[in-house]
Unconditional design. Structure first.
Length: 149
């Protein structure tokens, strides 16, 4: 399981011109599920996102997690996070989970963050989404449950 985590001052998702999710201060998470992801991958990524200390404290040091900073989370499903562009110019998506499996783990990920006490907004799984965000920093962190990077 992989996630691209961005610290944002705002983020929105629209489908067919209609807003489906929006947050102000918090995290925008692009979540990609691999074909062979399981419970351990899910637990690892949930814990990392939930406790990632990328918000500034009173000394302007990145010491706070999203909850401590009073932020929310917007999660967008993105199979392209598992793109493999090492060969040629067209990325391969063979490592990504099929939609039915990815949807289950995407929902479990979001539900786990909610159970941890976070306010979570969700994109529209499988839809062509227009995602807009204002990256605060910029701060972008790549997470991989297999720790390949």
């Amino acid at each position: 399981m992989r996630a691209v985590v961005q610290r944002v001052s705002e983020a929105t998702v629209a489908v067919d011109g209609r807003s489906v999710a929006a947050i102000e201060h918090g995290l925008l998470v692009y979540l990609g599920v691999a074909a062979d992801d399981g419970d351990a991958d899910l637990t690892y990524i949930v814990d990392k996102v939930r406790h990632l200390r990328i918000f500034s404290d009173e000394n302007e040091r990145m010491n706070l997690d999203v909850d401590q900073a009073g932020g929310k989370v917007l999660v967008v499903s993105a199979f392209t996070v598992h793109a493999d562009a090492r060969h040629g110019r067209r990325p391969s998506f063979q490592g990504a989970a099929p939609p039915d499996r990815a949807r289950v783990l995407y929902e479990l990920f979001c539900d786990a963050l909610v159970r941890s006490g976070l306010i979570v907004q969700r994109g529209s799984f499988g839809a062509m989404m227009a995602v807009q965000s204002v990256n605060a920093g910029p701060v972008c962190v790549l997470l991989d449950s297999r720790r390949t990077f």
